[in-house]
Design a protein around this ligand. Sequence first.
Ligand SMILES: *Cc1c(COP(=O)(O)O)cnc(C)c1O
Length: 407
Amino acid sequence: MRKNSEYTADWSWHDANGYDRIVNVSGTMTALGGSITTERVATATAAAMPRFARIHEMQARASEVIARLTGSEAGFLTASASAGITLAVAGAITGMDPARAEALPAHSGPRNAVAVQMGHLCEYGASISQAIALAGAETRIVGQATLVKDYQLEAALDDSCAAALYVVSHHVVDYGMLPFDTFVRIAHAKGVPVIVDAASEYDLKGFLAKGADIVIYSGHKFLGGPTSGIVAGRKDLVRATYLQNIGIGRGMKIGKESIAGTIAAMEQWMERDHDAIRAAETHALEMWQAALTDLPGITPIRVPDPTDNPLERLQIWIDPAKAGASAAQFAEILGRSDPPLIVRGHKIEKDYFQLDPCNLMEGQAELVRDILVQVLSDASAAAEVDIRSALAAARNGGTQAYLNWLA
Ligand SMILES: *Cc1c(COP(=O)(O)O)cnc(C)c1O
């Protein structure tokens, strides 16, 4: 639970500017601003603004903190994890040749393929294939969506392959893919570096320890920093990736304020009381589960995160026949409540949504419970929601919001 009197006090910048007091139990979502920062991180971000600083010096400082955080040789910060993927691919293609960096993405040369298992080609608000393509690279798809075999990866890693990309995420197919150790062993036997997209993972050391050459994390997901991406790994590849700032990385640059804020977020992560935060999250889940257990057609169960993140969520199964409305209809009404309660609904067509406690502010656990009980115990409003448009909104809503903007 975040102690942040500044944001829970009577006066708030959000109120003053007419923004809703959104209660986010959906997780770290870009469309809601990623995560919220503590006062410590907000202060560091703001403090960097009114003076000049040498960006390379700040990045060198970030590199030291990233090294402590991840066990890497070196690292740097960029605009986002998505930018980190594009830049790491570009770095693997160009090495330390600035002329080649400037030639991207139009002229990436003959060694420009990136091998990715088919079940890892995910969408996180944008497609990972496009993040690869932005570097001028070709995505070499390995295997099928549900099964990848060792020899298929071996065959894909020919002389035209600059890197192999491994994605760790709840977004990817969670069976039939090559285990990480196998993937690394095969890639290294062929002399191909392994880039890991671990944008949303708590495990900040494991992938490098197990042989990854570059690992990418989001600074603004569970780390609670300003919008940023962390690139960590082998020094030569980190340098080649950083070099891309003279080229395609220009539009992905990070500013002094976000470097300062992300350094503070990384330091905070190394010092924070993880057990106490976990206990507070568990307390919220137990409170919600107890409050919903007796409602007709509602079955709340605690589920672990699908990757190895030490995080549980409350999965609310809805039986529409007994509850009076479907999960998608209830989610829509929760989002229209005052304050809006945004639930995690990317599998809403399966008639459940989840509650993620990782972004709760002080006092919000009780508020979430009260809104849930109110909405889920009276289906009259939810039953009015057009179910097909609610399902379509869950699927296409992200894109639709861009189309609707300033319409
Ligand atoms: C969120 C996410 C990204 C994108 O991260 P940003 O920092 O928002 O660009 C990439 N890959 C995975 C697996 C993610 O979960």
